[in-house]
Design a protein around this ligand. Structure first.
Ligand code: AP5
Length: 214
């Protein structure tokens, strides 16, 4: 099963993508997590990506497409994957469609997690992230067992640099300009499904499993 998660920053794509990956036994591939791991490890890719991410801007398409096309051909992705944060622009979507066509493959579902902008800023201020294993929490809606510590790996949780309110607003603007057109793109391909992302975490996941099947 090959799935794309669509939705505004903070809509809950990452949260739901991890649950999908666990339930259906497919890898969760998050371009944001890949960039953050590269930043943490001080790689050249990380240094380039950070300058864009800290401003709430998108990393240029040429730095993302090859990375994802290579990742989806790794052995663990042979039965499918859930892409989180990619594609994010029409050129990225076209690059993915072309690459999949060459591989004789296609996307099965593009799931749009729909949350209005008003709800987003509140969510982002409460998010805490583990930069070691990629786990995500919320101080109210999905709190870790021990405050400030990752349940999975014990690392200290942080507020992401790009979750400051002024950067979140910028990311929302970028989303509406560059990423929202993907809703029409995947609707045109007949694979778009929309879920109400304002519901609680488990209810959102139920809507998704109804679409994907048990
Ligand atoms: P990325 O990491 O992809 O960020 P994003 O798309 O902005 O999405 P987020 O991770 O912020 O949010 P999410 O929708 O996953 O929400 P989450 O589940 O955490 O990208 C970061 C940056 O990297 C980009 O700005 C860009 O610069 C760059 N980048 C990445 N990919 C790129 C690409 N393809 N091209 C170019 N640049 C790229 O949930 C948010 C919070 O809400 C959490 O605290 C969660 O616990 C909570 N929550 C989730 N669901 C619910 C719910 N139902 N009810 C209550 N709380 C909830």
């Amino acid at each position: 099963m090959k799935i794309i998660m669509l939705g505004a920053p903070g809509a809950g794509k990452g949260t739901q993508a991890k649950k999908i990956a666990a339930k259906y036994g497919i890898p969760h591939i998050s371009t944001g997590d890949i960039f953050r791991a590269n930043i943490k490890n001080g790689t050249e890719l990380g240094k380039k990506a950070k300058t864009y991410m800290d401003q709430g801007l998108l990393v240029p398409d040429e730095l993302t497409c090859d990375l994802v096309v290579d990742r989806i051909q790794q052995p663990d992705a042979v039965n499918g994957y859930v892409l989180d944060g990619f594609p994010r622009t029409i050129p990225q979507a076209e690059c993915l469609t072309d690459a999949l066509e060459k591989l004789g493959s296609k996307i099965d579902y593009a799931i749009d997690v729909n949350v209005p902008d008003e709800n987003i800023v509140t969510r982002m201020g409460g998010r805490r992230a583990c930069l070691k294993c990629g786990a995500t929490y919320h101080i109210v809606y999905a709190a870790p067992a021990k405050e400030g510590i990752c349940d999975t790996c014990g690392e200290k949780l942080v507020l992401r640099d790009d979750d400051k309110p002024e950067t979140v607003q910028k990311r929302l603007n970028v989303y509406h300009e560059q990423t929202q057109p993907l809703i029409d793109y995947y609707s045109g391909k007949g694979v778009l499904r929309t879920v109400d992302g304002t519901r609680d975490l488990d209810e959102v996941f139920s809507q998704i499993t109804e679409i994907l099947g048990e």
